[in-house]
Design a protein around this ligand. Structure first.
Ligand code: ADP
Ligand code: ZN
Length: 211
């Protein structure tokens, strides 16, 4: 299946994507993970985006589209993909539409995870991420077995630079201004499925009904 996961930071896009991935072999494509990996590897791309990301600002549409135009044509995407964190602006959504038309592909749906703001803030401030494999933990609801050590790969888990209170505020504001308009965009295209939860089961149900 080809699905976009839409929702504010902390809505659970990554968790849902991983669950759906096990379901039918679609790949999760997280632009945030791609960018963080580039920063860790110290590539040119990483150096270009580091400052914007640490502040919680978006990187440019051009950079994102360069990455995604290539990524969506790789072999593992043929089975389907779950887009997590992309598109995030109207220009990205327009560019994606043009790209899919060019490739002769169609989205199955756009899943909107609709979560109250206080839940999001609580989740983001307690979230921890493995800086090696990207596994996500939560100090309250999903701590690692050994404090600060990733269960999956044994690396250190940390709070992301963009998960300070100031950067979180900024990310939520940017979401409301730049990403929230995509809800209407995809509703107009007849692709929107809104789920007022980020729990796995209701989301799976919405997907099953749709596909
Ligand atoms: P979250 O969904 O929790 O905000 P992500 O991992 O999706 O986090 O994104 C982290 C950061 O990566 C964003 O704040 C932004 O700087 C950058 N980023 C990721 N995807 C995009 C995108 N599609 N367009 C612009 N910037 C992006
Ligand atoms: Zn790890």
């Amino acid at each position: 299946m080809k699905v976009i996961l839409l929702g504010p930071p902390g809505a659970g896009k990554g968790t849902i994507a991983k669950a759906l991935m096990q379901h039918d072999g679609s790949v999760q494509i997280s632009t945030g993970d791609i960018l963080r990996a580039a920063i860790t590897a110290g590539t040119t791309l990483g150096k270009q985006v580091e400052a914007a990301m640490a502040a919680g600002n978006l990187v440019t549409d051009e950079l994102i589209m360069d990455i995604m135009e290539q990524r969506l044509q790789e072999e593992d995407c043929q089975q389907g993909y779950l887009l997590d964190g992309f598109p995030r602006t109207i220009p990205q959504a327009e560019a994606l539409k043009a790209l899919l038309a060019k490739l002769g592909e169609k989205l199955d749906c756009v899943l909107e995870l609709d979560i109250p703001r206080d839940v999001i803030i609580d989740r983001l401030t307690t979230r921890r991420t493995c800086n090696n494999c990207g596994e996500i933990y939560n100090v309250k609801s999903k701590p690692p077995r050994v404090e600060d050590v990733c269960d999956v790969c044994g690396s250190e888990i940390m709070q992301r630079d963009d998960e300070t209170e100031e950067a979180i505020e900024n990310r939520l504001q940017i979401y409301n201004q730049q990403t929230a308009p995509l809800v209407d965009f995809y509703r107009n295209d007849g692709l929107l499925v809104s789920v007022p939860s980020s729990d796995i089961e209701p989301v799976m149900q919405a997907i099953r009904q749709r596909i």
